[in-house]
Design a protein around this ligand. Structure first.
Ligand code: ATP
Ligand code: PAU
Ligand code: K
Length: 244
């Protein structure tokens, strides 16, 4: 039994896996890391391994208190991945993007894949059918767009994410919801269309905290899988066991 932990830019997500089955899932803040891990390990005494991916300032030593109970695997650039990294700056590529790319290769072999992670940032990652990781794009996530509009202007309020009622916003809040939500939806559909012009066939994996909200609104029909990064950590662990 393993515990996969995704330390994101905003929050931490974790799932307990028994082989390929998710037994339980958790979301918590970085400040509540230790107590949450402790509780999970208490509830699931058969957990033998922690597999951690972090893009945040939470580092390996935050987990050291658990070292005597479980084996800890902190995914890093030094690990072996099931793709060839064609990024020009491979050591600056986010570990989360590498984990997603690895998951895409292991779950969907021998095909072109586009992974879209709609979290704090939106990331696009393209891995071709020869398992070459090509790169992609990084843009601002849904909540980040609302926050930025408020933080860097004098007049714009801080709004909660809402479905835009009208395409033509008829008030300040309607204009902001249309700009943020429709803007991101157009961005994602636009990227997908560009990739379609380059590659006739590829699968799309849409994940992250806003995946379900966005999937419903896209022109392109995509099935959202919010748990893809944690599933990928589980896959990477099995890949590691096989290849070590
Ligand atoms: N309870 C919540 N707290 C924060 N964000 C939430 C919550 N529920 C949904 N969201 C949405 O999820 C998005 C953040 O996604 P996610 O949780 O994947 O980000 P994250 O923890 O920073 O991870 P990553 O760094 O991998 O993007 C926000 O844009 C927000 O709209
Ligand atoms: C883009 C984020 C912030 C998304 O979580 C993360 O993948 C990261 O810090 N990346 C480093 C830059 C890069 O991937 O090129
Ligand atoms: K992300």
């Amino acid at each position: 039994m393993i515990l996969a932990i995704d330390v994101g830019n905003t929050r931490i997500k974790a799932s307990v896996f028994e082989v390929d089955t998710v037994l339980d899932s958790f979301v918590f803040l970085k400040t509540e890391l230790a107590e949450n891990i402790q509780n999970i390990l208490k509830s699931y005494k058969k957990i033998a391994h922690l597999v951690v991916s972090s893009v945040s300032d939470v580092e390996k030593n935050s987990f050291s208190e658990f070292e005597s109970f479980v084996k800890i695997h902190f995914v890093s650039h030094n690990d072996s991945f099931p793709f060839t990294n064609q990024y020009k700056t491979p050591h600056t590529l986010g570990v989360d993007r590498m984990v997603l790319a690895a998951g895409a290769v292991l779950q969907f072999p021998n095909q072109n894949r586009l992974v879209i992670d709609a979290g704090t940032c939106v990331t696009y990652d393209f891995i071709d059918e020869s398992d070459g990781y090509q790169g992609g794009a990084i843009s601002a996530g849904l909540q980040l767009r609302y926050n930025a509009l408020h933080n860097f202007t004098a007049k714009l309020p801080l709004l909660e994410v809402e479905n835009p009622e009208h395409f033509i916003g008829k008030s300040t809040s309607e204009s902001m919801h249309s700009g943020v939500v429709n803007g991101l939806v157009y961005e994602i559909d636009g990227f997908i269309d560009e990739y379609k012009a380059l590659y006739p066939n590829f699968i799309i994996i849409l994940t992250g905290g806003d995946a379900v909200f966005l999937a419903k609104r896209l022109k392109n029909t995509i099935f959202a899988n919010s748990n893809f990064l944690l599933e990928s950590l589980n896959q990477i662990f099995q890949y590691k066991v096989k290849n070590d």
